[in-house]
Design a protein around this ligand. Structure first.
Ligand code: PLP
Length: 459
């Protein structure tokens, strides 16, 4: 058996949304793109908002250059403050799966606005969305709506602890579960016992209760359970990683996690904030046929409004207040506007051909980009599942964050800038997955592949 390997600080967990890797990529040379307004607005923003943004990765720190300031979005496209148009593969980081500013979602929202945007009291729309989630997601028998993925994940850890009476949790290097204290942790060399925080402000005692293992390495998980007998409340993971680039799991790995959690009496959580309703109608758990005990959701489930959710077996969910003693609340949770956007989005996704479309366009995109890299002599590996994809500038294969770090991030920075100039908006980091939507056409995909070929040739 391979014990949890000693890790250097650099090789350990990286919650990259808290600690941005600054790329050495020089901002692109001779830019044809006019970004005058973007630059003016961002300059002012830096005096008003920390780093000029309200969420770190938007600031383009890991690709170099200035962020593009958006003006409006529609379907598969976004327009910036200088009126440049881009084919968008970020989709607001996942929610825009039926296309930006979808007419049907917008109509439903307009109708709801007339009836009020927040009640702070029960409304039937909560039941409607809850029934859709329960019907689709294998592990969910009861659900609690919150306002973000972060909130869903931090609540689920409290639930794991309340249910088991244990304190330690296991996460994986490179997996992101929002910015709550207990997730901003890297293992350092003390992987078996002590977690060290990635961010100042996280109490050492909180960090110490978070253990980290390596993705797709079941032995590293078993070693943690062995060294912390009877102390692990639960384990949380991205069932397909998107937050250190696109990294799929092996089915054996997921099955191994299911088995070890059952054996050790620990709660298994699939964090499906990114993969939920994107990988398949019943989320990644349906796609892989492995059922966790609890599931966190976000992004797609809010259809572009702020929503998160967590759910699981009734036995567990009955622990949550006011049914049970575990406290968790929210003034705007389950608000009718957010519920309406989620309901309409899930309704559109249930129509025949929706996931087939996502699968088809995304496969075409990633195989086109990989072919273009091969033709132009660049080492690249990548893949996709349904409407989620990613590629790395390295030979691969990439099966964990440790592998992903072999990627040439300086080259990615130049590629990213080149693609912007070609009218394609990619996530501004090598360590992010990309997203397609029902609005992306084969024509959009082919234009994107042509753009990639042009840029790759120039690198
Ligand atoms: C985005 C994300 C989160 C955090 O959700 P927010 O809504 O940004 O708080 C948590 N887990 C995963 C897997 C995510 O992709």
């Amino acid at each position: 058996m391979q014990a949890a390997r000693p890790q250097t600080q650099a090789a350990a967990t990286r919650c990259r949304k808290a600690t941005i890797v600054r790329s050495t990529a020089a901002p692109a040379t001779a830019t044809k793109l006019n970004t005058k307004r973007s630059e003016e607005i961002f300059k002012e923003a830096q005096e008003l908002l920390p780093g000029g943004v309200n969420s770190p990765v938007r600031a383009f720190k890991s690709v170099g250059g200035q962020p593009i300031v958006f003006d409006h979005v529609k379907g598969a496209y976004c327009w910036d403050a200088d009126n440049n148009k881009y084919i968008d593969y970020v989709g607001s980081w996942g929610p825009a799966i039926v296309g930006h500013a979808n007419d049907e979602v917008n109509e439903a929202l307009k109708a709801q606005i007339e009836k009020g945007t927040s009640f702070g009291a029960p409304c039937e729309l909560e039941n409607v969305l809850a029934k859709m989630v329960i019907e689709r997601v294998p592990s969910v028998e009861m659900v609690r709506f919150v306002n973000s993925g972060t909130e869903a994940c931090l609540s689920v850890v409290r639930l794991m602890r309340a249910y088991t009476g244990r304190e330690k949790i296991i996460k994986f290097t490179g997996c992101y579960h929002g910015h709550a204290d207990q997730f901003l942790v890297q293992a350092g060399s003390g992987v078996l016992t002590l977690g060290l925080s990635d961010s100042p402000g996280v109490p050492a005692t909180t960090a110490a209760a978070t253990l980290t293992a390596q993705y797709n390495d079941i032995e590293s998980v078993k070693a943690l359970f062995e060294a912390n007998k009877g102390e692990i409340a639960g384990l949380i993971l991205e069932p397909v990683v998107g937050n250190s680039g696109f990294i799929p799991p092996t089915k054996e790995f997921l099955q191994g996690l299911r088995d070890v959690c059952t054996k050790e009496g620990a709660v298994l959580c699939f964090d499906e904030v990114m993969t939920g309703f994107r990988i398949a109608k019943g989320c990644a758990q349906e796609y892989f046929g492995i059922t966790p005990d609890v599931t966190t959701m976000g992004k797609v489930i809010g259809g572009g409004l702020p929503v998160g959710a967590y759910g699981g077996k009734k036995e567990l969910m009955q622990m949550v207040a006011p049914a049970g003693p575990m406290y968790q609340a929210g003034t705007l949770s389950g608000n009718p506007l957010a519920m309406v956007a989620g309901i309409k989005t899930l309704e559109i996704l249930a129509r025949p051909g929706a996931y087939e479309h996502l699968d088809k366009v995304t496969k075409r995109l990633i195989s086109g980009i990989l072919d273009a890299a091969k033709e132009t002599g660049h080492a690249m590996c990548g893949g996709s599942i349904s409407g989620m994809f990613g590629f790395f500038f390295c030979e691969g294969p990439v099966s964990s964050f440790e592998d992903a770090k072999a990627s040439d991030t300086a080259k990615f920075g130049k590629f990213h800038r080149g693609m912007l100039e070609q009218g394609v908006y990619l996530a501004p980091s090598q360590f992010e997955a990309g997203f397609t939507s029902l609005a992306h056409t084969e024509e959009d995909i082919d234009r994107t592949i042509e753009a990639a070929r042009t840029v790759l040739k120039s690198l």
